[in-house]
Write a protein that binds this ligand. Sequence first.
Ligand code: HEM
Length: 410
Amino acid sequence: MFRLPFLFIATGLACFALLDVTTLAQAAGWIVHPPRSPAGWFHVHLLVLGWATMIAMGAVYQLLHVVLQKEVFSRTLGYVNYAVFTVGTAGLLAGFAAVQTRWIAAFAILAWIGIVLFAINIALTLIRAAQWNPITFSTASAVFYLFLTGLIGLAMGLNFAFHWWPTWHERLFYTHIWLGTLGWFGLLITGFSYKMLPMFYLAHGVSNRTAYVVTILWNAAVLAGAAAFLTAAPFPAVGAAVGLFTLAVYSYNLHTTQIRKAHHKKSPGAGVLAAVYSTRALAVTSTIAFAAILFAPARAADERAVVIFAWAYLWGWVALTILGYLSKIVPFLWWTHKYGPRVGKGTIPTMADLLEDRYVAYVLTAVAASLLLLIIGLGLGSDVWIIWSGAALSLFSLAYVCLIARVFTR
Ligand code: HEM
């Protein structure tokens, strides 16, 4: 089980490098402009589809194999899933960049079919394994929300081209973002962390009761928010969903603490620590968002505030966690592929030799610091600040991609 996850992860890394290079080339210009524009759609989907979803699909194929100790339902279907999703995403991105609504509609169909093939493959793998626990429940629900996110994205793409349901577009837009960010990324990251964190902290015997609570609360938040946006319910309904989400994040932080307390290894490595710290930061972000909705609802619904929360969530938590976990997943994949067959036949490097943990710590700290500056810049509305910190964020992210890609030369 190497080539399939590798294909997804390598393509995802290439998209991330492309995002960093295009952001640097235009001095972070797209971040300064309103997000709902062709440049905004292009860069946001390069991040969420080309990079994060691509990497996440590869990670699901690899980690489900580890979690279930069973083969994925069909590897061939996995390759078809990869090909269709990659072509669909590339065409969708080209459609956004060239502002061609017919391309957007056509490739949205292909990207969604890629997602459906992925969902079928994972659902059949899970059903066949019949091992139900917080990891598999979270994965199953995350994949279901990805399916819905893609379906709604497709509906919006068709609406761009043919104006079939203009009165529904705004409702679909917010539901799409909510399901994609909290549903797909949120449940996948929390679900996989129930496996990854104890593995890297060498923590044994931690009860999964809190993990069940997180899974239930997180799903409740996703469903409540989607229902509120889809029915255009009054603002307090969105507030209730954000409140549920904040509770889910607190429970997730509690579970992380339980795992840390049961550790048998002093440090899980810089990448995993970055994921843990970003989880702590997420508790702060969600608390501020909830407080803003309660005490300053008009300002909380303002576009600038929404953009800041989206950056803090998507970059501050989703991206930092994925980047951190990649420092473990990539050396594991590569070492098993290249050196696994040579175990016991002479000297071979250890997994830790493939990637210097010190460098992971330095570069991720630089990424986090520039992100913080960018968020401050967005808050101040200062274009100069946004441009410099956005450029620094891209530069350090690019350095991180190079660091990870170097593993494949070891
Ligand atoms: C088949 C897959 C997808 C398609 C066809 C698609 C399509 C679209 C379209 C057409 C828009 C623009 C809507 C508008 O502004 O009126 C949009 C916006 C957005 N989508 Fe997707 N999407 C897909 C997957 C995802 C995923 C997985 C996420 C994950 C979070 C996501 C997050 C977003 C965000 C954050 C925006 C707002 C971007 C902005 O305003 O610049 N999308 N999507």
